[in-house]
Write a protein that binds this ligand. Structure first.
Ligand code: DGT
Ligand code: CA
Ligand code: CA
Ligand code: ZN
Length: 572
């Protein structure tokens, strides 16, 4: 590997950026910037200079420390200090710096003042006009940010929470149009896939209703792609495409089934129909020319000898056979959830206090909540050390003393360090009701190392829940390199549970891995990773994801009472 001077300069500039975000000594920051400039403008190659054992300290602004670092970069292509710094900062913040116009200073301000840690946060704040009021920003910057974000996000599938917001808006709008009776969004949205390509809307209406005209005049329409009597397609200014079909009431059920899909599921059902001498399409169930059913969706299943299959299962992944044999799972529902087991407070990177987070969990009818702030390794969030955690535990004891019929569980989101140890000593972990363990650093380890690291962490008897197990951020960061099947087995052998992180940016575990965990007998936990009281609302996304994985109430620990939960969490 040949390291160029520009590589060294780039690494030094990055170090300077990160030091700046971390609010380190400005002189240190400047030293790295100067060194970057010096190396960048050298006429000689630093690689050659290392080979000739030249003394870098003779260069302006390069002391012993920086000289050593230049050598390290030339030898290894990397600087371990840079990786250490990256581990201390939420990875998404580092991405934010890549947006033109957002240097480290501004990213830090955004984080400090508006708690912005992701592209999505950034977009929301920019759209809400919060950014232009920040010192050093202004209207122009806000506009530039929005323009840039608009450019970044095109080709991607739409996250389910975004789709939901748009879907609710258009459904409410269409329902108010005169003569309209049913309006529903079908397609992958109804199947609650983690991302959707477009929204497939289905409506029924009285004769003469102006629903099509209303649709193409919807407020945020950017483009009308097609408009006919019974179908139209529009693209919103945000780039989201929507199809509308208007069907007669007699076909509503058949159309709903057809447009809910998936395509593979439809084909399997239609094939069953053919075997029974029936034709099934979006207009109904037909025997010869005669329509024998189609008003209600249940009728479609009925006529091919199937019990009703929930939309989340309709992927032709065994649901047809299960329905034939009466072996469909009884899927978990939102009502089954009795508490949230992953929530942050202001003391690390959340927005609300311990009391506020507890009160909000109680108000929504939960029986318990686990407060899981970060551990010390995530220094940027002021993660907890053992001493602070002990104090937090006392606070929780006091709170629990006052609360009736509600428990605050003592917990921590503890970092899994590179060597597989946990970021806090067992002596404090054993005082907790549960630990939520996660990887927040060294995402790039090769698979073997990453697996050893995580499994070693699971060996710790105080490891309870493996949080956001794949580490992915939908549309933003791929999972780290692991064999999830093996991790699920390892969790099973050790009595660890796996989290279904309900945050729509994560939805981690993925649906297929929810199913694999369930089949393997690994207990799941569905948690929101709440960073504010409103985030508890995200639970539905996690439940949907679990449902797509055939998960039942019994498979999920936070459907149990607090006592049962505590018992089940104890490892042998
Ligand atoms: P997406 O939009 O990629 O997230 O996924 P879907 O499932 O919403 O797919 P989309 O929008 O292309 O079509 C909506 C539904 O319409 C699909 O789930 C099943 C039905 N469909 C579409 N094309 C066909 C087809 O060629 N045959 C059958 N049987 N059904 C189809
Ligand atoms: Ca669709
Ligand atoms: Ca479509
Ligand atoms: Zn968390």
């Amino acid at each position: 590997m040949l390291v160029h001077n520009s590589d060294v300069a780039e690494i030094f500039n990055k170090v300077a950026d990160l030091l700046e975000i971390l609010d380190e000594n400005p002189f240190r920051v400047r030293a790295y910037r100067n060194a970057a400039r010096t190396v960048g403008s050298l006429s000689q190659s630093v690689a050659a200079m290392v080979e000739q054992a030249k003394d870098f300290t003779e260069l302006p602004g390069i002391g012993k420390d920086l000289a050593g670092k230049i050598e390290e970069i030339v030898r290894t292509g990397n600087l371990s200090q840079l990786q250490d710094l990256e581990d201390r900062i939420p990875p998404q913040l580092i991405r934010l710096m890549k947006i033109p116009g957002l240097g480290p200073k501004r990213v830090k301000t955004l984080y400090d003042r508006l708690n912005i840690t992701s592209l999505e946060d950034l977009k929301k704040s920019a759209e809400a006009g919060e950014i232009k009021n920040l010192k050093g920003f202004g209207e122009k910057t806000e506009k530039a940010i929005l323009a840039e974000l608009g450019r970044e996000k095109k080709e991607e599938r739409i996250k389910l929470n975004v789709a939901e917001e748009v879907a609710n808006g258009v459904v409410n709008y269409l329902k108010r149009v005169e003569g309209v009776s049913e309006v529903i969004v079908a397609g992958s949205f109804r199947r609650k896939k983690e991302t959707v390509a477009d929204l497939d809307i289905l409506a029924t209406c009285k004769k003469g209703s102006k629903v099509m005209d209303a649709f193409v005049e919807y407020g945020n329409v950017g483009k009308v792609v097609a408009k006919g009597e019974t179908r139209a397609t529009i693209v919103l200014r945000s780039g989201i495409q929507m199809d509308l079909r208007v069907v007669p009431e007699a076909s509503y059920g058949a159309a709903l089934h057809y447009f809910t899909g998936s395509k593979a599921h439809n084909i399997a059902v239609r094939t069953l129909g053919v075997k029974g001498g029936l034709k099934i399409n979006e207009y109904g169930v037909f025997k010869g020319k005669k329509r024998i059913a189609g008003k209600r969706e249940e009728e479609v299943f009925d006529h091919v000898g199937l019990s009703f299959i929930e939309p989340e299962l309709r992927e032709d992944q065994g649901e047809i056979e299960a329905a034939q044999q009466g072996k469909l799972p009884k899927l978990i529902t939102l009502k089954d959830i009795r508490g949230d087991l992953h929530a942050h407070t202001k003391e690390t990177d959340g927005r609300h206090t311990l009391e506020q987070m507890v009160e909000a969990a109680r108000n929504r009818g939960y029986q318990y909540v686990a407060i899981t702030d970060h551990s010390k390794r995530l220094s940027m969030t002021h993660g907890f050390d053992a001493k602070r955690l002990a104090k937090r535990n006392e606070e929780i004891d006091r709170l629990n003393g006052k609360l009736k019929g509600f428990s605050v569980l003592k917990s921590i989101e503890v970092d899994i360090l590179e060597d597989g140890s946990l970021d806090l000593p067992d002596s404090i972990l054993k005082e907790l009701d549960l630990t939520v363990c996660s990887v927040h650093s060294k995402f790039n380890l090769p698979m073997k190392k990453q697996m050893e690291r995580i499994i070693r962490a699971m060996d710790n008897p105080y490891f309870n829940v493996f949080a956001h197990p794949s580490g992915r951020l939908i549309n933003e960061r791929p999972p780290y390199d692991v064999d999830m099947e093996e991790l699920i087995k390892a969790a099973k052998e050790r009595g660890c549970a796996m989290e279904v992180n309900a945050h729509p940016d994560r939805l981690d575990l993925a649906d297929i891995h929810c199913r694999l965990a369930r089949d393997t007998g690994v207990k799941l936990v569905i948690s929101t990773d709440a960073h504010s009281v409103n985030d508890y609302d995200l639970m539905r996304f996690g439940v949907w994801q679990a449902r797509r994985g055939w998960v039942e109430k019994e498979d999920v620990l936070n459907t149990r009472s607090a006592d049962e939960l505590k018992k089940l969490l104890k490892r042998k």
